[in-house]
Design a protein around this ligand. Structure first.
Ligand SMILES: [Zn+2]
Length: 146
């Protein structure tokens, strides 16, 4: 009999400031978003009918969300902002990429994927990051045996 593959998910949210220095429109200005994120795990269920305990999903993902919450996501190549934060220390997360929704979704996925390494029943991990009510970026990683 063919095996059934389940998808489970948990949603997270945080507030964060950023800007896109390369952008020619409004996104080059300092602004923020109420980010909404859905982490989806696709895989086989265990004998109890569970893919991954939602509690474990939260234990793995929430620390990353807490680190980002109420911070400014600063591209290390954004010289004016780097200089500003050097002068005015506050909660900032430095990254080596432009802070687009795509790059941020990939950053979260890269951060959490190794932490799900013990779950050999997983086939795919997906991060869907909603930057505004109407826009999102989604990235997924195939893991284990598919
Ligand atoms: Zn933005």
């Amino acid at each position: 009999m063919a095996q059934q593959v389940f998808t489970i998910g948990k949603e997270f949210h945080w507030e964060m400031g950023h800007r896109l220095p390369f952008h020619e429109g409004g996104c080059r200005n300092v602004h923020g978003h109420s980010y909404q994120m859905r982490v989806e795990l696709e895989g086989l269920a265990d004998e109890n009918g569970m893919v991954v305990d939602y509690f474990d999903v939260k234990s793995i993902v929430q620390p990353i969300v807490d680190k980002l919450d109420h911070s400014f996501l600063c591209d290390i190549n954004d010289e004016p902002m780097v200089a500003f934060f050097k002068e005015h220390p506050m909660k900032v997360n430095y990254v080596d990429f432009p802070s687009t929704a795509e790059n941020l979704a990939k950053h979260v996925l890269d951060s959490i994927a190794p932490l799900f390494g013990d779950y050999s029943n997983l086939h795919r991990i997906t991060v869907r990051l909603q930057e505004t009510e109407r826009t999102f970026a989604e990235v997924s990683l195939l893991v284990g045996n598919n």
